[in-house]
Design a protein. Structure first.
Length: 226
């Protein structure tokens, strides 16, 4: 399933959501320049979260990588998918929390996501990059705040696809189960890279648990008649 849009209006323009998307695009442009100059791998190892470095050589530079890693991506499809999810679901979560709280929430859940991946593979020498963990936190918040919101979704059925409007609880619940299943399937297997499934799971669970602390005193629910 691929979500395309929701139908919840926001009370004000989502400055932080758009700003985060812009920063990610600028960072991706920097990656393209680094790739052209042959320094992309160095960039990933310097700015990405390397579990082995976290567990063996933790210091200020490694701590900073928990933030910088959220703005790096492994390719066009990686950043395109992440920014689509952030645009669809981030604006309403920002609207519920307020800009300052949303920024702290985003960075905090993204950091928890990286910690989850480190705990799953503490000796991995491979850098973990991407906004997926932080965005998973946004999805966890959204499913608590707007479980009944309609989400326009593209459903793939083999060679065919169809459009449907589904409740956010179904769309995001399916997404989480898929991440958890793939994470458990890959757990204990030797990998040369790939998707950081446990970062997605950790970020989502962090979003579920932290959302009420950040959305307190603001609009916290939304329902629609089906």
């Amino acid at each position: 399933m691929l979500p395309l849009r929701d139908f919840i209006p926001t009370r004000r323009f989502p400055v932080l959501t758009v700003g985060i998307i812009v920063v990610n695009i600028i960072a991706f442009a920097y990656e393209l320049l680094a790739e052209a100059s042959g320094t992309l791998d160095q960039t990933f190892y310097t700015m990405g979260v390397v579990p082995f470095e976290v567990t063996n050589n933790f210091g200020p530079a490694v701590a900073l990588s928990f933030i910088t890693s959220m703005f790096l991506h492994g390719g066009f499809m990686h950043i395109a998918g992440n920014m689509l999810y952030l645009w669809i679901f981030g604006n309403n979560v920002e609207d519920s929390m307020g800009r300052g709280r949303f920024l702290v929430f985003y960075l905090m859940t993204g950091s928890v996501a990286s910690i989850a991946q480190v705990l799953a593979r503490p000796d991995s020498p491979l850098p973990t990059i991407g906004a997926s963990g932080a965005i998973a936190g946004v999805l966890g918040a959204y499913i608590v705040l707007f479980p009944n919101a309609r989400v326009q979704t593209l459903i793939f059925l083999g060679y065919f696809a169809r459009m449907a409007q589904l409740p956010a609880l179904s769309v995001l619940g399916f997404w989480f189960v898929l991440q958890l299943f793939n994470g458990l399937l890959a757990f204990g297997m030797m990998q040369m890279g790939g998707v950081a499934w446990f970062a997605h799971v950790g970020g989502f669970v962090a979003g579920l648990l932290l959302v009420r602390l950040f959305a307190v005193g603001r609009r916290q629910s939304y329902s629609e008649e089906w």
